[in-house]
Ligand binder design. Structure first.
Ligand code: HEC
Length: 154
């Protein structure tokens, strides 16, 4: 009797370690597979894919707004344009989708949202248009870095 109880406990423990291990691995690596153009394809459901691509189009809109604001020498226009693409954008991404995205993807994405927050704060405190241009050069490097490595599975 005692023996079978300890066997059961060992089985439960093994199962627990396996589950935590598998979930942990997925959290770090995300759900990816190799793709035809050598990038890593993140496997998402159609609706999750729509969410990510929708955010991407919003990011492009934000970038566009910055340059249009610069052209008009209107920093309040820039603030309005980048308001939606800060960290609050990522706040309502559901945990399931979060889990499917690789850690590196999440770090790059969150880093970029944070950069937009910091840019907004700095503009409010007063920085020149030249600094805004320089920052955008650095920030759009993150777009490139991620696009070079990842795609979404069709
Ligand atoms: C953390 C990764 C990551 C970052 C950072 C990132 N993107 Fe993307 N983006 C992707 C992926 C993945 C796709 C899908 C590409 C594919 O499947 O070929 C994509 C697609 C897009 C698309 C296509 C949207 C559509 O509807 O098809 C646009 C536009 C875009 N990104 C703009 C941007 C801009 C602008 C930035 C930077 C300000 C940016 N992205 C930063 C990962 C990223």
């Amino acid at each position: 009797m005692k023996n079978s109880v300890s066997k059961l406990a060992l089985f439960a423990l093994t199962l627990w370690v396996l589950t935590v291990g598998v979930l942990g691995t997925f959290f770090i690596k995300g759900w990816t597979k190799p793709s035809t153009d050598k990038r890593k394809a993140i496997v998402l459901s159609p609706s999750e894919r729509d969410i990510v691509l929708g955010e991407m189009r919003a990011l492009l809109k934000g970038v566009n707004g910055v340059f249009r604001g610069l052209a008009q020498n209107d920093q309040s226009f820039i603030l309005k344009a980048i308001g939606p693409v800060g960290t609050k954008m990522a706040a309502d991404i559901n945990p399931m989708l979060m889990g499917k995205l690789p850690m590196e993807f999440k770090q790059l994405g969150m880093g970029l949202h944070k950069d937009f927050d910091v840019l907004a704060i700095d503009i409010k405190h007063g920085i020149s248009n030249d600094i805004v241009i320089k920052r955008m050069g650095e920030m759009t490097n993150k777009c490139i870095a991620c696009h070079e490595v990842y795609r979404l599975s069709p």
